[in-house]
Design a protein around this ligand. Structure first.
Ligand SMILES: Nc1ncnc2c1ncn2[C@@H]1O[C@H](COP(=O)(O)OP(=O)(O)OP(=O)(O)O)[C@@H](O)[C@H]1O
Ligand SMILES: [Mg+2]
Length: 235
């Protein structure tokens, strides 16, 4: 579904992604794990068109999309839930969700997706008139995910959805990620919570200072001593 070949991304002189290659098959949950500053968000932003790679290619369903504008990439079927949620604080829950569908014209489909989002996140239904800035952190995460789903993506990019959430809510969010996947959405999940991410993923990549240093099935990486020491708090 997605094929990234040897991309190099810079911020000015800073070489943030160094020859990164990564593949995602339709239907998978793939997780990208790595420490602060490793380049995880940079990779997601490059896929979603917010950053342009200097070299290398990105193919989504066999179409070259590297450097294309974000709107086109959303239209093609990729949406991103950004790090830190970034909901529009002065707008209601409902208005934030409407914005997620702003490139669509199929009124009936949009209504169906509203229903789906409210089914996944009943909390958002209860609070649909509430100003989004007054939602709790966990509710804002739900809203950011719901907003991304309103574009009806085939590939959903999630940037640290568990950040700052209490353990019980982290569990809920991960369960919902699995549910979204089971309804046919492919997922690229960026996480520092490597244990949880590996527990729901099919495959994983590890990124260190802009380079992919390991990849394999989630089970393989979960058993690797090196990965356990560096990312899983294991011995
Ligand atoms: N706008 C920017 N200008 C310059 N450097 C940047 C910019 N954004 C990110 N960087 C640098 O690029 C590198 C990768 O950053 P990135 O945000 O992708 O890391 P990350 O893996 O998402 O980290 P975190 O887990 O803390 O979110 C870091 O060294 C960071 O300082
Ligand atoms: Mg990040």
């Amino acid at each position: 579904m997605l094929k990234i070949n040897d991309i190099n991304v810079y911020y000015g002189n800073i070489h943030a992604l160094k020859g990164v290659s990564l593949d995602i098959n339709a239907g998978e949950i793939v997780t990208l794990i790595g420490a602060n500053g490793a380049g995880k968000s940079t990779l997601l932003k490059t896929i979603s068109g917010l950053l342009k790679p200097k070299t290398g290619e990105i193919l989504f369903e066999n179409e070259h999309v590297a450097g294309k504008v974000p709107q086109l990439i959303v239209k093609r079927g990729i949406s991103q839930v950004p790090e830190g949620r970034r909901v529009f604080a002065n707008m209601s829950v409902e208005e934030n969700l409407e914005l997620g569908a702003f490139l669509r014209k199929d009124k009936k489909g949009i209504q169906e997706d509203f229903d789906k989002v409210f089914q996944l996140f009943p909390r958002l239904l209860e609070r649909r008139k509430q100003q989004s800035g007054t939602l709790s952190g966990g509710e804002q995460q739900m809203l950011a995910m719901g907003r991304a789903l309103m574009a009806r993506p085939r590939l959903l990019l999630l940037d640290e959805p568990s950040m700052g959430l209490a353990p019980l809510l982290v569990k809920t969010i991960f369960r919902i990620i699995e549910e979204i996947n089971q309804t046919g959405t492919t997922i690229l999940l960026v996480e520092q919570n490597a244990n949880m991410a590996l527990s729901i993923a099919n495959r994983a990549y590890v990124i260190e200072t802009g380079k992919i240093v390991a990849s394999g099935t989630a089970a393989e990486l979960g058993q690797s001593d090196q990965i356990r020491k560096a990312y899983l708090g294991g011995h």
